[in-house]
Design a binder for this molecule. Structure first.
Ligand code: GLU
Ligand code: ZN
Length: 485
């Protein structure tokens, strides 16, 4: 490799929300660029506009920003090698394709899909390796004229020489592909649109990418990309270095997909996972900092990240571990940060108004500290705090069936008796008064006594700490709720 500055690219084709595998790749790309002081380039591979929509592109850009993976070249920020949307670079690919034809590296192929299919069947029957058989490598002028007269629209195919391609993969070591299994491949479709292999290779060269860290699923496309570099006249010393990242597996040890796990980053965001938790967790998926530390910030990751520490074995996605990390990151937030993260969740669930009223803000800020220790996802907050913002509480039928009965009437009546005259309304006094009256004097079990009160006051037997909740709710509303059941 020459002395060009290190440049690492992330080049998704967003045909939906970016998924866990994409983001793990983006994170490693980003971390490697940052670790080496290089450039992080973000390119959108959208030549297939029937699948990659504007909406998905906008979502991909938004997701990277939300995660904090800032790029130096790419959409929105620009750069010297743009445009960074492949759909805006079509003439560039067309120009290179015709150059390959002129050089004899590529040729027009006139075979129809039906003819290709028929020959594939023959190959199968006679036990040959499947793939294009090279029929159009040399088409006579006469045949070309006949095909054209027949109205056949040719594709452009790359000529693969005999032999094999060997390259060094930083994670996998030496990889060799026998060209018997890399048939002449299509660069440009009959309608003139470029295929992935052409566009990706042309862009990596023109954008001066030095390192390609990407998913293992693309390993087998590497010899084809290298063939394009050759045709472009790139010296082997200037080829990008490849590092193919191991797959992310689901719990069933099959590649992570919608079937065996949640893959969409948008889903994690909606559930209330923090971006730093997602990055922290995904960083540990196939890479390790070399010790047993599990808590990492993005900046620590960029300091520590090396490709050498990427494990070549597939990594298993573990939701529990991600949840634990998320809980830790939530607990590490300052009250103000926690408030800022919680607010959109509370507003979306219409627990508080948009914009939030000053009174509501006060209540939220009093309530957040009592739940910060207990939640693992921000999405748990609205149902947990809703009881503080309603006039009357919605009683959860299951909790009612379990905890409100004849006995509980007596408990609640006694609670009202001692709470009404309480000199100061704070959680210590409430706690003290109820313990004396219900546990010491009536001899009840704390779980039984307090569950009844909890259901009456918060609507559910699962709630934030009871006495703090009653303090925040206020005496008047607490007593009204007790009296109402
Ligand atoms: N656009 C390709 C994809 O999303 C990846 C390109 C690459 O990393 O080489 O599958
Ligand atoms: Zn052909």
């Amino acid at each position: 490799m020459s002395n060009r500055p290190i440049k690492v690219r992330f080049a998704p084709s967003p045909t939906g929300d970016l998924h866990v595998g994409n983001i793990r790749t983006a994170l490693f790309d980003w971390a490697y660029a940052r670790h080496t002081g290089g450039i992080f380039l973000f390119r959108i591979e959208d030549t297939d506009r029937s699948r990659v929509t504007d909406e998905y592109i906008a979502a991909a850009i938004d997701t990277l920003k939300w995660l904090g993976l800032n790029w130096d070249e790419g959409p929105e920020v620009g750069g010297a090698h743009g445009p960074y949307l492949q759909s805006q670079r079509l003439e560039i690919y067309a120009k290179w394709a015709s150059r390959f034809i002129e050089q004899g590296d590529a040729y027009y192929c006139y075979c129809t899909p039906e003819e290709l299919e028929a020959r594939r069947e023959e190959q199968k029957e006679s036990g040959q390796a499947p793939g294009y058989d090279g029929k159009c490598r040399s088409v006579s002028d006469e045949n070309r004229a006949r095909y054209t007269a027949e109205g056949r629209e040719p594709v452009i195919r790359m000529r693969m020489p005999e032999g094999s391609t060997t390259f060094h993969d930083v994670i996998r070591g030496e990889c060799t592909f026998d060209h018997n299994f890399v048939p002449d491949f299509v660069l440009v479709r009959a309608d003139g649109s470029p295929l992935y292999t052409l566009a990706v290779a042309v862009d990596d060269v023109l954008m001066e990418v030095t390192h390609i860290l990407r998913g293992e699923d693309l390993l087998s496309s590497t010899p084809r990309q290298i063939r394009v570099y050759q045709a472009m006249g790139v010296a082997p010393a200037d080829y990008p270095l490849f590092a193919h990242l191991p797959f992310v597996m689901g719990t069933d040890n099959a590649k992570l997909s919608k079937r065996n796990g949640e893959t969409s980053i948008a889903w994690y965001r909606e559930q209330g996972f923090l971006p730093e938790a997602i990055c922290n967790y995904l960083a540990l998926l196939g890479w390790s900092p070399g010790d047993d530390r599990e808590n990492l910030t993005l900046s620590e990751l960029s300091e520590l990240f090396t490709i050498e520490r990427v494990n070549a074995n597939p990594a298993r996605f573990d939701m529990k571990k991600l949840e634990n990390i998320n809980g830790d990151k939530i607990r590490a937030l300052t009250l103000d940060q926690f408030y800022q993260w919680s607010l959109p969740f509370l507003q979306r669930a219409k627990v508080v108004a948009t914009p939030i009223t000053p009174e509501q803000e006060l209540v939220v800020k009093r309530a957040l500290p009592i739940i910060q220790e207990r939640i693992i996802k921000l999405g748990e907050i609205p149902p947990m705090l809703a009881f503080l913002f309603t006039e009357k509480v919605d009683l959860d039928p299951e909790s009612v069936a379990k905890y409100l009965d004849g006995e509980s009437k007596r408990i609640i009546a006694r609670a009202i008796d001692v709470l009404t005259p309480l000199p100061t309304w704070d959680h210590q006094s409430i706690d003290g008064a109820l313990r004396t009256a219900l546990i010491d004097e009536l001899g009840l079990k704390p779980r039984l006594a307090f569950s009844a009160i909890r259901v009456a006051v918060t609507g559910s037997h699962i709630s934030p700490p009871l006495f703090e909740s009653m303090e925040i709710l206020g005496r008047e509303r607490t007593l009204a709720r007790l009296a109402a059941v």
